[in-house]
Design a protein around this ligand. Structure first.
Ligand code: BES
Ligand code: ZN
Length: 962
């Protein structure tokens, strides 16, 4: 029966079956699925899932819901403890979940109902029971029409019988229990199934992904981060399978009536949020790590045939976990840590407490077939998820509005943990290109958003797992640690975690703890940590600080304003005062460092500094780019910097060389610096051999190249870039040197990639010949080092034909190493044959093509980043919109990446017009990709503007030089 508010009710029969009876045998299970699925209520609920699924006009509903604060659960009844029993049925044709849950709850306010979350689950109405705790357990009557699904809110409402006048009384505890059936889908969320081949045979496993709002798809629960409780988990499994959960196994019992199936009972958890609960049933191998004298066990799990790829993770995992125990000054509270590589996994990894799940590429590493970058990725992700075990798991954000704090902090701390185990990768240098400079380019758009955003609906929650929460979050935390000093930062942090452990917090709680510690340590800051940090978390964007030297009187004038790639009318309507508390540092020799603050109240008045240095000496601000802002100088100071770079670049720190490159490219792009200055600066690169400045320079050059790739000036640009990259390519060579610096190995991959794509003849001929050798001897892993396999395969496919591409596809299909597969798949999109790109687009959506659902969005994006594939990908998403919405259901966040990839280099009127038209036509179905769409439109407008204002300037410069 449908109710007026779009929900559904089912009648409750008086008698209820005990759960054990209802899962007693597989035959009974089959009957139950049949029995429930046949009822109107059940089928309505299943259809009701379409609220969140793509086949309805989800987004307009989402807007209505998002303005409705009631998407939050009422707080009359709160959970204390869950007893969850789940039996994932891994049988083709019958993928289902049979479940039972008992929840001890505490009543805070008298009420006649319990409201909790549930989605795509069918509760057996006869099984629902509410018992009052007391001297004796008393059963309360549930109303005959008392079970109500609010499918839009994803609520399950259980109402007591009005006739019996039963109420839940304030201060009393109750147990709510019920049996239910769910689907073990392939949707990569909730409790879902993943598949893989072992000895040619298809295998299934069950795995969970709850964050942010999908625990409710595995079992009815109070699915909000501040409703922490204890979880006692029991998982049903076949006798040949292993079950895992957050806590260690305590005992195993036989499932009644069968010899084939068992129940694994796990120890009760510590108090934690629902989004951190994890369940796995699989036939995996375990690799036990050596933990020294630690108080916990540490295991890695993987497909049996990927066992030998688990070694690296098992070496660094325990080391990083021990590092964080020391860093936070809090021991890891669980008796074990498991990390498992899942063949189908939507995110990169998930920090479930004590059972961290990963994509295979983020955990597994093969000495012979994976590259240094793959290793770096594994290290980074492990460190990130382990940091969450404290920051996020032990102390959790109160609500998703503070997600940035969780993800931003882990994204900062991952560098510390990684530096501890892999110092050769110079993580603290790489921070600036990987996070700071990367996110600045997004945050310079008008359609960026503040780090701290009010969110309600699951679509909105999913949308904020973006570069702003991660990259900007990490960057402003790094800035904070720098101005407080490491010691104060660490002590304040540790106090914050200890005082809120097993609880929740908002950003102000962290600011308070740090302000207190700053007082104790007598750190001079101009105002409270909150006042400073609010300017960075509540306003979007960041400043450009303009430094103007008065050379005759040693005075420096400083001002700040928001840095925007392009200003439009919208910004004039925005009433925010874009001024920040800016911690400024400066130096003229990297020996003495001066510092001061710009305040958020300094409107037109310029800050004046007296810096007594010689006229001929450069001055550099934002030392080691610890601050989240750009710096622009007067022309003379730019020139002085340029001269220093040309004569002896190492007088300027590695990070500041990267900063100078990135600022110069971006200021020029925004029309705030002459392109001549920027392009002249790039000449120093001839002498540069450090990784990070090259990384910045190449991304600056990359964006000019993508603007010009379809213009007549491209030939000259290629010539210039070839001139810049060739000395580096010659210096590093094509082959790896014994014992070389690990960052040089990484840089070589970039050098080969650029040298070949800019037409360096030597590069192209070497690539073509090594690839041909490999094609002749496919199993030989020594022909092409995994460290250049990406650029070599990409260039060989670009220069080659069908055979080269087919070969890569065959290698992809037959590889057992996910990181090798990812490199091959990415390189395959380098083809310049339109029909091959069309084939790749089609393969991305075809479940039998060998491309997993988890990789589909990436394939489309990669085709779109190829300048020949850009428009094909755009046509493809326009044609296949509805199909795409089915493949990337509900939250639709994968669509954000695709839209951004397609529009990244749009730079003509027509392209912009078509993009806007597309947005208008699909405005009702954009879901979680709305902001990405707006950002893409902004980006395209910037590009168009760039073509109008800068294209000719760049071409003029090139013509003069060449
Ligand atoms: N908590 C996230 C995983 C996640 C992401 C859950 C999006 C739900 C939605 C996890 O800690 C994470 O951030 N993973 C990153 C890797 C990390 C190294 C940046 C990821 O998945 O890419
Ligand atoms: Zn994270």
């Amino acid at each position: 029966m449908k109710t007026t508010d779009g929900g559904y009710v089912v009648s409750k029969c008086r008698a209820f079956l005990l759960f054990i009876a209802f899962v007693g045998s597989l035959i009974a299970v089959g009957l139950l699925v049949y029995f429930l699925a046949d009822r109107p209520a059940a089928s309505s609920v299943t259809n009701g899932a379409s609220t969140a699924s793509p086949s309805t006009s989800g987004s307009s509903k989402a807007e209505v819901i998002s303005s409705n604060k009631n998407v939050r659960l009422p707080r009359a009844v709160l959970p204390i403890r869950y007893d969850v029993r789940l039996f994932p049925v891994l049988e083709k044709g019958n993928f289902s979940i049979l479940g039972h849950v008992s929840i001890d709850v505490h009543c805070k306010m008298e009420t006649d109902r319990i409201v909790l979350h549930s989605a795509d689950i069918v509760v057996d109405p006869k099984s629902v029971e509410v018992m009052e705790h007391g001297k004796t357990m008393k059963t309360l009557m549930v109303a005959s029409d008392g079970i109500h699904y609010d499918t839009e809110m994803e609520f399950l409402v259980i109402r007591l019988c009005p006739k019996h006048k039963d109420k839940l009384a304030k201060g009393t505890n109750y147990t709510l229990s019920m049996s239910f059936v769910g689907h073990l889908t392939d949707q990569l969320r909730g409790l879902y199934r993943s598949t893989y081949k072992e000895d040619g045979i298809e295998k299934y496993m069950a795995v969970s992904q709850m964050e942010p709002t999908d625990a409710r798809r595995a079992f009815p629960c109070f699915d909000e981060p501040n409703m922490k409780a204890i979880f006692s988990v029991t998982l049903g499994r076949h006798r040949h399978m292993t079950a895992l959960s957050n806590m260690p196994l305590i005992n195993t019992t036989q499932m009644e009536g069968t010899e084939e199936f068992y129940w694994d009972h796990f120890a009760p958890s510590v108090p934690m949020s629902t989004y951190l609960v994890a369940f796995i049933v699989a036939n995996f191998t375990q690799v036990a790590a050596d933990v020294g004298n630690a108080n916990w066990k540490f295991n890695i799990y993987a497909r049996p045939s990927a066992r030998n790829q688990a070694q690296y993770a098992s070496e660094i995992g325990p080391k990083i976990q021990a590092f964080f125990e020391d860093y936070f000054q809090i021991p890891f509270p669980l008796p074990k840590q498991d990390m498992i590589a899942i063949p189908d996994f939507a995110a990169g990894a998930m920090e479930n407490w004590g059972l961290i799940t990963y994509r295979e590429t983020a955990l597994l590493y093969d000495e012979k077939k994976s590259s240094v970058s793959n290793k770096e990725r594994v290290c980074e992700v492990i460190a990130h998820e382990l940091a969450h075990q404290w920051f996020g798991n032990l102390v959790t954000m109160d609500w998703w509005t503070d997600l940035w704090l969780n993800e931003g902090f882990a994204s900062y701390a991952e560098y510390l943990g990684s530096e501890h185990v892999e110092p050769g990768l110079k993580w603290l240098q790489q921070f600036v290109t990987r996070d700071l400079q990367d996110v600045m380019s997004l945050d310079a758009l008008e359609s960026s958003h503040p780090i701290s955003v009010v969110v309600h609906h699951p679509n909105e929650i999913n949308e904020i797992f973006d570069r702003i929460s991660y990259g900007k979050g990490a960057t402003i935390i790094r800035m904070l640690a720098a101005f407080l000093g490491e010691k104060t930062f660490r002590q304040g942090l540790s106090n914050y975690l200890k005082s809120r452990q097993y609880g929740n917090a908002v950003q102000d709680d962290l600011w308070d703890a740090l302000t207190k510690q700053a007082k104790v340590n007598k750190v001079a800051i101009p105002t409270g940590v909150k006042q400073i940090m609010d300017t960075w978390t509540l306003k979007m964007g960041f400043p450009v600080v303009t430094v103007t030297r008065e050379y005759d009187n040693n005075t420096v004038l400083i001002s700040q304003e928001r840095f925007l790639m392009q200003r439009s009318n919208a910004s004039s309507q925005d009433k925010t005062v874009y001024l920040w508390w800016v911690p400024l540092t400066y130096t003229a020799d990297f020996q003495t460092i001066g510092s001061t603050w710009l305040s958020d109240g300094q409107t037109s008045k310029k800050h004046e500094l007296s810096i007594p240095i010689d006229k001929s000496q450069w001055l550099i601000f934002n030392v080691d780019q610890m601050g989240y802002y750009r710096i622009n100088y007067d022309a003379q100071n730019w020139q002085l910097i340029g001269q220093q770079l040309m004569t002896n670049h190492s007088a300027i720190s590695v990070i500041n060389r990267a900063q100078i490159m990135d600022d110069a490219f971006n200021l020029a792009e925004a029309g705030q610096l002459d392109y001549m200055t920027t392009l002249n600066l790039t000449r120093y690169l001839e002498h540069e051999s450090d990784y990070v400045p090259w990384d910045s320079a190449l991304s600056g050059m990359g964006s000019i190249s993508s603007m010009m790739s379809r213009t007549s000036g491209y030939g000259l640009l290629k010539k210039h870039f070839r001139t810049i990259i060739t000395p580096l390519y010659n210096k590093l060579g094509f082959d790896q040197k014994m014992g070389e610096d690990i960052l040089m190995t990484k840089l070589r991959a970039n050098a080969v990639s650029w040298a070949c794509s800019m037409g360096n003849k030597d590069c192209i001929s070497r690539v073509v010949s090594s690839y041909a050798q490999w094609m002749a001897d496919p199993e030989n892993v020594d022909i092409i080092s995994p460290n250049v396999k990406g650029p070599v395969t990409c260039a060989a496919i670009r220069e080659g034909d069908e055979a080269e591409w087919e070969f890569a596809l065959n290698r992809y299909m037959s590889s057992n190493v996910a990181s090798e597969q990812a490199v091959l798949l990415a390189s395959m999109s380098c083809s310049e044959k339109p029909w091959i790109l069309a084939k790749m687009l089609e393969m991305s959506l075809n479940s039998t093509s060998g491309i997993r659902k988890q990789d589909a969005a990436r394939v489309i994006s990669q085709v779109a980043y190829n300048s020949l594939g850009r428009y094909m990908a755009f046509n493809f998403i326009r044609d296949k919109w509805d199909e795409l919405r089915k493949v990337f259901p509900t939250t639709f966040s994968s669509m954000s990446g695709i839209i951004k990839a397609v529009a990244a280099s749009f730079n003509t009127d027509l392209e912009l017009k078509e993009l806007m038209q597309f947005r208008d036509e699909r405005s009702a179905s954009l879901g979680g990709a709305e902001r990405a769409m707006q950002q893409s439109i902004d980006r395209a407008k910037n590009n168009l503007n760039w073509m109008r204002q800068n294209y000719h300037k760049v071409v003029d410069w090139l013509q003069r030089v060449y």
